[in-house]
Design a binder for this molecule. Structure first.
Ligand code: NAD
Ligand code: UDP
Ligand code: UDP
Length: 310
């Protein structure tokens, strides 16, 4: 049986990944420091004999025996990663060094959850993997963006220098059940506000765009990437290429919830990217993958989740 380490396994994406791995017959070690993750996300797995939970911060060394590592540990929402920006960079950089050291010793294949933020506020649209990005190195988002960029550098240097089997996925905005209701990300904010009948907070003019991928599609791509041939290292864009403005998203959420909420406009955060859409040609050809869940169906499932939990 494969022993798989999932760092950040108690978070939004990590907990869905643990579910899929357990269902596929893997023996899962979930490592998390519970900065943004919660035991509630994985409570249903706690009695499973093939699931083990370890409280640990990956900026410290970790000695365990595994065959595969999914490195997801890192706060992902701007509110959370800007709360302690130094720790955010440490998690991305020191954390990557420790997990790569672990992979080197155990000869495990290691997958990095990188991000579309490596493209910054992109001048190339849609974003292809060979675009190097436009990132502010000293702004409030830099701890995350540059931390993730440095982690990618480390992955490719361990690959070249120590022949590590690496996989790098660049995740575009992903949403679904188990998103943190207060983490400030747009999908959770809009849904929670709509369900509570509060104003929907649109930042800036709301004309900026994002492309939203439903969590199940994302996890499928991550699993395919881990199983792909050794020559497929990535980076590979994973996301849903359907692009919407934040105004369109707000309208859809209001319609699907039947809410009476009104829009209210707030200042645009500094360095907020104006547009973002993945070119997923490489994922399609290398992984035979493309997203299947429409924004409408994904939003409905996410709305159901928040109705039950808030
Ligand atoms: P999340 O905040 O729900 O999950 C991150 C998890 O990592 C949490 O459980 C947190 O407690 C844990 N963690 C943070 N620092 C840690 C540390 N030092 N040691 C151990 N655990 C630590 O976020 P998510 O949306 O599930 O994101 C998971 C990964 O995917 C992150 O690396 C994120 O950068 C990446 N990603 C997510 C998205 C998205 O849209 N959700 C987009 C791009 C990239
Ligand atoms: N490391 C770890 N677990 C392991 C092996 C290494 O956490 O099983 C850490 C170790 O603390 C080290 C880092 O990974 O700081 C990088 O390891 P590597 O072997 O690349 O570097 P070195 O030990 O030579 O500095
Ligand atoms: N946003 C918004 N209202 C909110 C939260 C976010 O209009 O309540 C906007 C934000 O300014 C950005 C987009 O939605 O343009 C996506 O924000 P999120 O934090 O979810 O992701 P990221 O900016 O990291 O892509």
């Amino acid at each position: 049986m494969e022993k798989v380490l999932v760092t950040g396994g108690a978070g939004f994406l990590g907990s869905h990944l643990c579910d899929r791995l357990i269902a596929s017959g893997a023996d899962v070690l979930c490592v998390d420091n519970f900065f943004t993750g919660s035991k509630a996300n994985i409570a249903h797995l706690q009695n499973n004999p093939y699931f083990e939970l370890m409280r640990h911060d990956i900026t410290f060394p970790l000695y365990v025996e595994v065959n595969a590592i999914f490195n997801l540990a890192c706060p992902a929402s701007p509110i959370h990663y800007q709360h302690d920006p130094v720790q955010t960079t440490k998690t991305s950089v020191h954390g990557a060094i420790n997990m790569l050291g672990l992979a080197k010793r155990t000869r495990a294949t290691i997958l990095q959850a990188s991000t579309s933020e490596v493209y910054g506020d992109p001048e190339v649209h849609p974003q292809t993997e060979d675009y190097w990005g436009k990132v502010n190195p000293i702004g409030p988002r830099s701890c995350y963006d540059e931390g993730k960029r440095c982690a990618e550098t480390l992955f490719f240097d361990y690959h070249r220098q120590h022949q590590l089997a690496i996989k790098v996925v660049r995740i575009f905005n992903t949403y679904g059940p188990r998103m943190h209701p207060n983490d400030g990300r747009v999908v959770s904010n809009f849904i929670v506000q709509a369900l509570r009948g509060e104003d929907i907070t649109v930042y800036g003019s709301g004309e900026q765009t994002r492309s939203f991928c439903y969590v199940d599609d994302l996890i499928e791509a991550m699993l395919r990437m881990m199983k792909s041939p050794a020559n497929i290292t990535g980076p590979v864009n994973i996301g849903n290429p359907v692009e919407v403005t934040m105004l369109e998203l707000a309208e859809r959420v209001i319609n699907l919830t039947g809410s009476k909420s009104k829009l209210c406009f707030k200042p645009l955060p500094q360095d907020d990217p104006k547009q973002r859409r993945p070119d997923i040609s490489f994922a399609k050809s290398a992984l035979q993958w493309e997203p299947k869940v429409t924004l409408e169906d994904g939003l409905k499932a996410t709305i159901d989740y928040f109705r039950r939990t808030i």
